[in-house]
Design a protein around this ligand. Structure first.
Ligand code: SF4
Length: 290
């Protein structure tokens, strides 16, 4: 027997997404806020404590005044889980890109998107540069799941942290120690550029592109969603990053990273891809369930 489909209107989804962007553009995710407070309480270096204080004060002001938490208001990244019993009026990407364009205007957010990634260096690409501003390009990962709901994990991802991502195709015989060194070196060598303290997403397995998606997805997860298997490894990597002493904003102290989050997937016996994706202290993430 065929189940009745639940209709989710374009207007309802847009309303929820605009409201969610309105929360995170000026307020980081509560768990990240707790981690920053914990970092401040554990920090002994005076300069690092001053900077952490400023980061926390800046967030309080942004929340109060409803001003962007950071001048880089980011690129909207969405992990969507769409129930098979949901019917949409229009394609989800169209809805989300229209909602993003409205939110960016409504909250006076900086438009950080270059329609042509080569910024007009090739004359042939003029068409790309003249796109309508009724939509704002986003990054969308869409998965179908059982049920009649729509779950959207949204993030405003800044360029500074994103630029410090790394991916390596390891030999499948690689030891865990080599992977740990790769992750630790990636974070430490990034210095102040990803605006530490950072949250470190690690994707192990899958293939080339899936490992990168896992690393990004890991930034959206809490420990329950990641299971217990890699918890000790996460703690070990976090300890080793912070022991290397790059510190807050790459300047001082012991708090280079707040958390390490690992997601894994099965992979080909001939491969072992590992990806690292960083998120800065702004960590503007939210989940919307419709
Ligand atoms: S990395 Fe984050 S905190 Fe730093 S400038 Fe970019 S968005 Fe802002």
């Amino acid at each position: 027997m065929k189940t009745a489909q639940r209709l989710l209107s374009d207007a309802l989804i847009q309303e929820k997404v605009i409201e969610a962007i309105g929360k995170i553009f000026c307020d980081r995710e509560p768990h990240a806020q707790e981690l920053l407070t914990k970092a401040l309480n554990s920090e002994t270096d005076e300069l690092a404590r001053d900077i952490l204080d400023d980061i926390i004060d800046n967030a309080a002001l942004a929340r109060e005044e409803r001003l962007p938490l950071c001048q880089d208001t980011g690129l909207l990244v969405v992990f969507a889980r769409l129930g098979v019993d949901v019917r949409l009026e229009i394609c989800l990407r169209d809805t989300l890109e229209q909602a993003a364009a409205i939110a960016w205007q409504k909250y006076y957010m900086r438009d950080s998107i270059a329609p042509d990634p080569l910024r007009g260096q090739l004359d042939e690409c003029e068409d790309i540069r003249s796109e309508s501003d009724a939509r704002l390009p986003i990054v969308l990962h869409l998965e179908q799941v059982p049920g009649d709901g729509l779950s959207l994990d949204l993030a405003l991802k800044g360029g500074g942290a994103e630029n410090m991502s790394a991916l390596r195709m390891f030999n499948p015989s690689a030891k865990v120690e080599e992977i740990v060194e790769f992750v630790v070196d990636t974070v430490v060598n990034a210095g102040g550029r990803p605006c530490p303290p950072v949250i470190v997403g690690v994707g192990i397995g899958g293939d080339f592109e899936l490992s990168a998606i896992l690393a990004k997805r890991a930034l959206f997860t809490d420990s329950d969603e990641r299971g217990t298997c890699y918890r000790e490894l996460e703690k070990d990597i976090l300890r080793r990053i912070n022991e290397r002493g790059r510190g807050v904003m790459g300047l001082a102290g012991r708090n280079t990273a707040l958390e390490v989050r690992i997601l894994t997937a099965p992979c080909h016996i001939a491969s072992l891809p590992v990806a690292v994706n960083l998120d800065c202290h702004a960590h503007r993430h939210i989940r919307v369930e419709i």
